[in-house]
Design a binder for this molecule. Structure first.
Ligand SMILES: [Zn+2]
Length: 425
């Protein structure tokens, strides 16, 4: 059992205060300047804060009251839409581990069935890893074709080199395509993205898409308080990041109180001065404006048609070769630098077969070339990938999206090509 939190505006708070008092709630005096009112009812204390948050402490008897508050609060849903798709990210300002971006799709009919632990989770307190593990298992239990999500990992090595917001644009473009690929043509959908400073590329992409199909898009600040679909995206991203941080902390010996730190934390700064690890891929090194960040122009290494471009010989090809931990051009044999990142953002999912499995696992073990990718592997082989998934280097997927990367062994190289399964669309 955990408490619950809601975000209310002034009028809603009056309405709910009235409801709690009618139900027999006893008013108490606020205990600090941040509390506007405080009511005891059914073993729980309901506190409304100047921030607009209503918090209810844990109590089994209060569940009926919580449900009533849920229905009074509403979720800002425009019920003329068939689908609600929300996006959010976590970890943007933190030192350890990847940023997690998440997109959630909910079909309208399913909204009333979303478990209340997910709709209004207890976000007032900071929770232990166990709580997040429980949230993750509730989420995974409810995944279906009317409620599902996709996540992406943006790794410290990328953040150290490239503009974060532009990486977020690319990550969200990929996730939007992935979530929307199975929707019937012409359905009404709403896409809400928590506004981190959305760039022109993503705006143009959404504009074009919304002209071709019936969807509305919204960029909103603090949208996790206002839109159910963003609240869920935020919650899922958080649950995955917590899962990863737990393993990072254990694997790399980072104190628990520092694992979620950002650079303004003096203790963390001091810790990092004395900390060293032979492979510190999980630590972000660039902070502030001192480091000039590159534009993620690697994206152009793959053409619209899904062909790989070689900057040395100028040729385009359907295939790229992986040899000695490098992608090389099949024509001129030169290294195709950053092609890994281009592949990651154009599809990001590699289908592994029985033959390509071993060389690919070797690459994951000994380099960071394939970090951030999702892998579709046979159930029997999945165990080999779990460790890398746990620490947040890769993801595994049960089935490929319609656009994915195939891999096969040919002599001493692994051949990668982008594949689009048109039957899926
Ligand atoms: Zn070439």
């Amino acid at each position: 059992m955990y408490g619950r939190t809601w975000k209310l505006n002034g009028n809603k708070s009056k309405e709910i205060r009235g409801y709690l008092l009618r139900k027999g709630g006893i008013e108490e005096s606020p205990t600090n300047p941040y509390e506007l009112w405080r009511i005891k009812l059914k073993g729980s204390t309901f506190v409304y804060y100047t921030s607009g948050k209503l918090y209810s402490t844990q109590s089994e008897e209060a569940e009926e009251i919580w449900k009533e508050i849920d229905s009074l609060v509403g979720d800002n849903l425009d019920l003329s839409k068939d689908y609600f798709i929300g996006f959010d990210e976590v970890g943007k300002g933190e030192v350890f581990g990847p940023i997690i971006t998440c997109g959630v799709l909910i079909k309208r009919d399913y909204i009333s069935q979303i478990p209340s632990e997910l709709k209004t989770p207890d976000t007032k307190k900071s929770h232990d890893f166990e709580y997040w593990g429980r949230i993750l298992s509730i989420i995974n239990k409810h995944i279906s074709d009317v409620f599902f999500y996709a996540i992406d990992l943006i790794q410290p090595r990328e953040i150290d080199r490239f503009n974060i917001n532009q990486l977020l644009d690319l990550s969200y473009t990929k996730l939007i395509k992935r979530l929307m690929e199975g929707l019937p043509l012409g359905v009404e959908a709403r896409v809400v993205i928590d506004d981190y400073g959305v760039g022109e590329g993503l705006k143009k992409f959404l504009e074009k898409e919304s002209k071709e199909s019936n969807f509305e898009y919204i960029f909103a600040i603090d949208s996790e308080d206002k839109f159910l679909e963003v609240k869920l995206a935020s919650l899922i991203a958080k649950a995955h990041r917590e899962r990863i941080l737990k393993f990072l902390q254990e694997t790399y010996g980072i104190p628990r109180n520092l694992i979620k730190g950002n650079m303004s934390n003096k203790k963390l700064e001091l810790f990092l001065v004395n900390y060293s690890h032979i492979d510190s891929w999980f630590i972000r090194k660039s902070f502030g404006n001192k480091v000039k960040k590159e534009k993620p122009s690697f994206y152009n290494l793959i053409s619209e048609e899904g062909k790989f471009r070689c900057f040395f010989c100028g040729k385009e090809n359907n295939e790229a070769f992986l040899r000695n931990y490098k992608f090389v051009c099949p024509f001129c044999d030169k290294e195709m630098k950053d092609l890994d990142l281009a592949m990651k953002y154009h599809s990001g999912v590699i289908k592994v077969d029985k033959e390509s499995f071993e060389p690919i696992l070797e690459v994951i073990k000994n380099s960071h070339l394939l970090d951030g990718f999702g892998f579709v592997v046979d159930h029997a082989l999945k165990g080999y990938f779990i460790y890398y998934e746990n620490i947040g280097r890769i993801l595994t997927l049960d089935k490929p999206p319609s656009k994915y990367i195939t891999s096969r062994v040919k002599g001493d190289v692994v051949v990668f090509s982008l594949f689009r399964n048109v039957d899926n669309i």
